[in-house]
Structures are given as structure tokens and as C-alpha cells.
Design a protein around this ligand. Structure first.
Ligand SMILES: [Zn+2]
Length: 113
């Protein structure tokens, strides 16, 4: 379950951000997770509850913002949703695309203390 190592990293980074702000605890942490980041939100929530134990995030809430995966079609100069499982084929011009624009995000976007 690699969500646990991700949750641990989130707890550590959010804790550092809070400390830099001079706060003792974290109320909530928001993460942006792309559809293709390989992270299961339910598993991440569960892992977070384990990882936050005994840290500055012990009472923190985890907010997961999911980002749908989008690829870029140069022909149409537009993004299209690749879906899940991903299908890199532009639905407008019926051509393949290899350029993923969104969907691999895995980042902390907010820490509330
Ligand atoms: Zn196209």
C-alpha cells in the first residue's frame, strides 16, 4: 500500500509548513490528486489517519481534490478528457495524442492551522 508512504510525506510536509508559520497544529490539509497519479483517495484517507497519529496533524482533516486526466490534441488545439482507464485518442478529430496535460498531480495545495 504505497498510499501510506504518500500519506507520511504529506504529514511531514504539512507539519513543516505549519512549523514555518509558527503553528502548533494543523486543522486541515488539502491535496490535489490527479486521476492518473496512481493514488486511491479512500486508501489515502485511511493511510492519512494512520500517518497523522502522534504528529502536529493528529486532529487534521484531509481534503482530496481530484483532477480529471486531460490530454492535449495539437490538431484541434484543445484538451480532451482521457477517462479511466486512460484512452489517448482525441474524440473530435479521431487522432492519437501522447501529451498528457493534467492528471498526474500529487501535491499539497493548502495547509490550515
Ligand atoms: Zn483532435
Amino acid at each position: 500500500m504505497h498510499e501510506l508512504s504518500i500519506a507520511t510525506a504529506i504529514v511531514e510536509q504539512a507539519g513543516e509548513i505549519a512549523r514555518a508559520d509558527g503553528a502548533d497544529g494543523v486543522a486541515s490539509v488539502t491535496v490535489r490528486v490527479g486521476e492518473l497519479a496512481g493514488v486511491v483517495p479512500d486508501a489515502l484517507h485511511f493511510a492519512f489517519e494512520v500517518a497523522r497519529d502522534g504528529t502536529a496533524l493528529a486532529a487534521a482533516r484531509l481534503v482530496v481534490e481530484q483532477v480529471p486526466a486531460h490530454a492535449w490534441c495539437g490538431q484541434c488545439a484543445e484538451e480532451f478528457a482521457v477517462g479511466m482507464p486512460p484512452f489517448f485518442w482525441c474524440p473530435r478529430c479521431d487522432r492519437p495524442s501522447r501529451e498528457l496535460r493534467r492528471g498526474r498531480e500529487l501535491e499539497i495545495t493548502g495547509v490550515e492551522t
